[in-house]
Design a protein around this ligand. Structure first.
Ligand SMILES: Cc1cc2nc3c(=O)[nH]c(=O)nc-3n(C[C@H](O)[C@H](O)[C@H](O)COP(=O)(O)O)c2cc1C
Length: 200
């Protein structure tokens, strides 16, 4: 066995660790900054026929979800997954970015009251974070219009959007489109303004 075959897993792990450390050191604390721009309890019951369900690690997708919910008078539900918090969570987010399962709370919801369901998450390594896929898998889609929304710093693969749309259609729903807004180098105010422009 040569050096490469013996050591590559450790080298890969060290690389991911250094990446996480660099991200933690160089990036501002978005979660804390974004939290100031939210209502005390962003969960709302809504009075319409629309549900907005989202996962957010550092707050941008939460801001976008809140704006969508406000616009549609929708019920807003956060999909909580503590697995990806902090520096170690960042490493797990990289490693699990292409998973399509996640332990989310709530795991599922009775969506019978809604015509339209928005499902949102950040983009991780080109695809939607696993929580969006997990929620999609766990709810009843027949007769529903499903809109995917993402926040991201710059790049995503159109392929996962097509796969998401195909899953919705296979399960009897209608894909209502993909909305995304860039969060990189945005203050929360700039980001919310960009979201409002996108939704207008
Ligand atoms: C592990 C990880 C991987 C990411 N990969 C991408 C990516 O491939 N493309 C991209 O544009 N942004 C990427 N980002 C940036 C996030 O998508 C972006 O910051 C997003 O707005 C964060 O949303 P949140 O604040 O709701 O967690 C990544 C972020 C993390 C933590």
């Amino acid at each position: 066995m040569n050096f490469r075959s013996q050591n590559w897993p450790w080298a890969a792990l060290a690389g991911v660790g250094m990446l996480a450390l660099a991200a933690v050191i160089t990036r501002p604390n978005h979660a804390r900054a974004n939290a100031h721009h939210l209502p005390a309890n962003p969960h709302t019951d809504g009075d319409g026929r629309t549900l907005v369900a989202y996962y957010s690690r550092s707050g941008f997708t939460r801001l976008m979800a809140t704006e969508i919910a406000r616009q549609h008078k929708a019920r807003l539900v956060e999909l909580v997954d503590p697995s990806y918090q902090g520096a170690l969570g960042y490493v797990w987010a990289i490693l699990n970015s292409h998973r399509r399962t996640a332990t989310i709370t709530p795991a599922t919801l009775d969506v019978s009251a809604y015509d339209t369901i928005y499902i949102g998450a950040p983009v991780w390594l080109g695809t939607s974070a696993p929580e969006a896929w997990a929620f999609l898998h766990n709810i009843e889609l027949a007769g529903k219009k499903v809109v995917l929304f993402n926040t991201l710093s710059g790049k995503f693969s159109q392929r996962y959007v097509e796969q998401f749309a195909a899953l919705v259609q296979q399960r009897g729903g209608t894909f209502g489109g993909h909305l995304y807004v860039l969060s990189d180098k945005q203050t929360p105010e700039q980001f919310v303004a960009a979201v409002r422009e996108k939704l207008s």
